[in-house]
Design a protein. Sequence first.
Length: 242
Amino acid sequence: MKNKVVVLGAGPPEGIGAAVANRFAREGLHVFISGRAIEKVEESAEKIVAEGGSAQAMRVDVTSQEDIETLFDSVWAHEGDLKAVIFNAGGNTPDAFEDLSPDAFEQVWRVCCYGAFLAAKQALPIMRTQGSGTMLFTGASASLRGKPNFAQFASAKAALRNLVQALAREYGPNGVHIAHIVIDGLVDGERAASLFGEHLDKLGPDGTLKPDDIASAYWMLHRQPRSTWTHELDLRPFSEAW
């Protein structure tokens, strides 16, 4: 019997979600790894299994209550305690405010914040009953400040940050560790390469966050003793201007 962890918002092996899933799997946990693009998620799960870990890939749109409930039905059917849930879903593309449609604005909020709400509704009551568990949420520099052309992303990530604060204060006394991680900078992965390839090249190898190093920080948060819990952690390359 293996205890379990859920990763939402994963993609190909080069991304944050897959790196976190791989890190937790290496510690002996069974990983439910999920994302909208099932082919990419299956690729990440196959890599985990090939390296000796235990993983199950599922297609999940975090904005769909039905998808979230189906995912957690599979989680509850698997023996063992739910040790951690990592909410990593998000989307970030620049759009001038005058070009931003109401639907596009709402969709970013649904992914970044409403999806987190749906996942927390499933996971946190069980963790409270267990008296233990970790739920981690991926934020961004936009969680702390808004910049031109990112109105939708900044408002959604700020909403997520406040949601996480409320959850941490409500469930922390029940033994559930809830933390928000600010990712400040470009992540060296497939998504950044496809959207910001030229800028990524200019930053060089020391100018981006490495998914495996981010995953180690997530594991550190999960392993923190109760006497020294971190609620918010910010991560950035040493050369990042902040």
